[in-house]
Design a protein around this ligand. Structure first.
Ligand SMILES: Nc1ncnc2c1ncn2[C@@H]1O[C@H](COP(=O)(O)OP(=O)(O)OP(=O)(O)O)[C@@H](O)[C@H]1O
Length: 801
């Protein structure tokens, strides 16, 4: 018995040894290698995906098998099990599988085997080409290739933008497997004489739908033109293209469609828990901040719409210090920095990465706990790829949170239609702490940060404006003022493109929120006129949203539901389940809108023309005005020279410039004469006015005497005392003089009046020219008064003075 057992054991060991005896790399004998290759190739047609349990069950080279084993890849995933066999058989493949399901190995293994079986050497040039839409993804694929294919003798190259072009150029002819981004590849194709892909065996497009979409269309078309027609083509993506046009561009007529999850209940990984919240635009920052503060021990990836938003949020949160490492990844960063950040996020476990959609496709960050989509994704595909950065691989788990504005909630319908299980949840308002005051304070101290905020604001509004799906992305429904305020900007920056666009925009009329819409539009209009740089604002603008109002908004429809997570940590209380699997119907207002839209006839040009004819409106008529703003009815009347009259009467098409010049010269002469006449008339008028003024002044003086302040009443009309009392003798004169020395004041008084009288005379108004009215007055008074009375009157007048 024992002997039998030993014999059996020996047999088993022998058969095992035979199984692994396919290819022995160390004893390199050409004949042995050929035999191994022949053996492998002979097995290809026998591959049955259902019978494959481990990678060893595939007819793979020892080098590949060892590479897989060394990296703990033992059991193939579903897409690997189904796709590798067809790929080894040389078929074109259209592969679609959920995010994180292992598509990378599904194309890397066939590449290695294909070139191995063809005994590809460095001298053979580029044998395989892998195109990826982003540099990070290309880098990741390259790293996986290095790990799994490290035992093979092929050379691999990573050709992406932002690297040393000269360095790449020199080594181009030695590369067998090229991992690249479309732009850089085309650059080498166009400029590098060493680049030769005429022997290309296998072409792979990872994230194929992205590579073939509008953004890369021209570049990809140019690349494909340069590739040999005879080749194998593999297309992989979680959201695969089925467009015949796309396939035709790649000369794929009958590719094998491999989609292991097509019949699955969900298109996203089963271990991915997905939820969404609906909030106002100004609540987003506060919610994100509070979320991060509540998840300090987690790895979180936050997606935003634009690079500038990512930059600002990162800069701002770094200054606010949430208590966890923060990173930012976006396209405009320097390549070295991008690589460093990518590696750092892969390495760290408690970290938050703010990113654009640059990080949404293909990137395999390990152990991401949360993916937050702070801005609504462009479409369902973008949502799937973003959310798929978590819950990856065989045992991966993770959660996704989508933040939506009320009018963006329509996208949930599309998500559910596409088999994405997503639940509505509500944020516990008591857990939301918006650092509004701090943000405003930071911005007032830091102009650079303020400018970054302004750029973030404009870029977000612009991104919404440029979105194709206008049902979901409506820039006119954005409360831009509130958004600016939430970023810490008291005055919203000017949005030129929006201002232009608003001119032709008619807001949709909704009964319920008509007022709100008008407000937004008015604000947008006035805001566009404000200056972006200034921070002058009304008190109202400076006020943050009152917490009460905020809470009201958040709790408005909040039913009593269980907490989102089972765990009892504080983190889990942050989000609560709101509704599970609710079908979202379009709002009634929207339906009404659609009906009214249908009723309205489009206004054609012909219809406008008819209307104008009916109303006898002359279009395109020119009205000229004189300098004084009077309309010139007949232009012909205004011309003086015969030449001009003749010129106007000539109804010839076009303009004879020479003749027009002559006419202008002639008209100039008349113009000069007119001008001189005008000047003369003006001068005349001025003189006349001056004369009148002088006359009036003279009359005034005649009536009331001097108007000078120091002047006393005019006593010239009084009778001459010398005539009445006779002339005083010289002695008395002397007495008077001595008296004057003592009473100088009185003296002055005495002689003051006649001087005044003289002054009037010296003004050139002789006594003869005293007005007859005045003479009459004198006569009347002197006639009616006795001498004493006149004297008393004179004295009284002097005293009053
Ligand atoms: N056979 C396997 N066994 C164990 N882990 C695997 C296997 N194949 C792939 N993985 C792991 O699964 C993770 C996801 O793989 P990969 O990045 O290839 O997914 P993907 O389908 O390309 O995702 P995406 O659609 O997001 O690009 C990686 O961490 C990878 O190492």
């Amino acid at each position: 018995m024992k002997q039998n057992k030993q014999e059996e054991k020996a047999k088993q060991q022998k058969s095992k040894k035979d199984k692994f005896k396919l290819y022995k790399p160390k004893k390199k004998k050409s004949s042995e290698e050929d035999a191994a290759i022949q053996y492998l190739q002979a097995q290809y047609d026998k591959i049955n995906p259902d019978a494959i349990k481990t990678f060893k069950d595939f007819p793979l080279s020892q080098k590949t098998l060892k590479g897989l084993k060394d990296n703990n890849y033992v059991t193939p995933t579903e897409i690997q099990r189904q796709a590798i066999g067809y790929a080894l058989q040389g078929k074109d493949i259209l592969g679609a599988a959920k995010t994180g399901s292992g598509k990378t190995l599904a194309f890397l293994i066939p590449i290695l085997e294909n070139l191995f079986c063809k005994k590809w050497t460095r001298l053979d040039g580029v044998g395989a080409l892998v195109i990826s839409p982003t540099r990070e993804l290309a880098y990741q694929i390259y790293e996986t290739l290095r790990k799994v294919g490290g035992l093979h003798d092929f050379s691999a190259g990573l050709i992406i933008g932002g690297q040393n072009l000269k360095f790449e150029r020199k080594r181009m002819d030695q590369i067998n497997i090229l991992i690249c981004t479309p732009g850089r590849l085309l650059q080498h194709m166009d400029e590098n004489p060493l680049f030769d892909c005429s022997h290309l065996q296998i072409l792979v497009l990872d994230e194929a739908d992205r590579c073939l979409d509008m953004g890369f269309e021209t570049t990809m078309n140019a690349i494909i033109e340069n590739l040999p027609q005879e080749r194998q083509t593999l297309l992989f993506s979680a959201t695969q293209t089925k467009s015949v046009k796309d396939l035709a561009r790649l000369s794929l007529s009958f590719p094998t469609y491999v989609a292991p999850h097509e019949q699955a209940e969900t298109v996203t990984p089963e271990s991915l828990q997905q939820s969404y919240i609906v909030c106002e635009i100004d609540e987003k920052i506060g919610i994100l901040w509070s979320f991060i503060r509540n998840h300090l021990k987690q790895k979180v990836l936050v997606f935003m719409a634009t690079c500038k938003q990512v930059k600002y949020t990162y800069d701002l949160f770094c200054k606010l210090r949430p208590g966890v490492s923060l990173l930012a990844l976006y396209g405009t960063l320097h390549q070295e920095k991008r690589e460093r950040i990518y590696n750092e996020f892969c390495r760290k476990s408690n970290v938050v990465l703010f990113a654009t959609d640059l990080a949404s496709r293909g990137l395999d960050f390990p152990h991401v706990n949360w993916v937050i989509q702070m801005d609504c994704p462009e479409d369902v595909e973008t949502y799937i790829h973003r959310a798929g950065r978590t819950a990856r691989g065989v045992f991966g788990k993770g959660e996704g949170l989508l933040m939506l504005l009320p009018h963006e909630e329509k996208i949930v319908e599309d998500l559910k239609k596409s088999k994405i299980p997503i639940n509505k949840i509500a944020v516990d308002p008591s857990k939301v702490v918006a650092p509004q005051r701090k943000i405003e304070g930071l911005l007032s101290d830091n102009t650079e940060l303020k400018q970054t905020a302004q750029r973030a604001f404009v870029s977000y509004v612009k991104s919404i404006f440029l979105m194709k799906n206008k049902e979901i992305f409506n820039v006119h429904l954005l409360d831009t003022d509130a958004y600016a305020r939430s970023l810490g900007l008291i005055v919203p920056p000017r949005i030129r493109f929006l201002h232009k666009n608003l001119k032709g925009y008619n807001p949709p009329k909704k009964e319920s929120d008509n007022e709100e819409n008008e407000d937004v539009l008015d604000k947008l209009k006035t805001k566009a006129e404000n200056d972006a740089g200034t921070d002058q604002s009304s008190d109202e603008e400076e006020k943050p949203i009152p917490q009460e109002k905020k809470n009201k908004k958040l709790t408005k429809e909040l039913p009593k539901f269980d907490f989102h997570n089972d765990a009892d940590s504080e983190e889990d209380e942050f989000l609560q389940v709101k509704k599970a699997n609710v079908d979202v119907k379009p709002p009634i207002e929207e339906e009404e809108q659609n009906i009214t839209k249908k009723k309205k006839k489009p206004l054609t040009k012909a219809a406008v023309a008819k209307k104008l004819l009916k109303k006898k409106i002359k279009v395109n008529t020119q009205v000229k005005f004189t300098e004084d703003g009077e309309a010139i009815e007949d232009e012909k009347k205004d011309v003086k020279s015969d030449l001009a009259k003749q010129f106007i009467n000539e109804d010839v098409g076009g303009i004879d410039i020479e003749k027009a010049k002559e006419v202008l010269k002639e008209e100039d002469k008349y113009d000069k004469i007119r001008f001189r006449e005008k000047v003369k008339a003006k001068h005349k008028e001025q003189k006349r006015k001056l004369k009148n003024k002088k006359k009036e002044e003279a009359e005034e003086q005649d009536d009331f005497g001097s108007q000078s302040e120091s002047d006393g009443p005019d006593l010239s009309w009084l009778p001459d005392p010398d005539k009445i009392y006779g002339k005083k003798d010289s002695g008395s004169e002397k007495e008077d003089q001595s008296h004057t020395e003592d009473n100088s004041d009185l003296e002055e008084e005495k002689y003051h009046r006649p001087l005044k009288h003289k002054l009037v005379e010296s003004k050139g108004i002789p006594q003869d020219s005293v007005a007859p009215r005045k003479k009459k007055k004198l006569k009347d008074i002197s006639g009616s008064l006795s001498i004493q009375e006149a004297e008393a009157l004179a004295m009284r007048l002097l005293q009053s003075q």
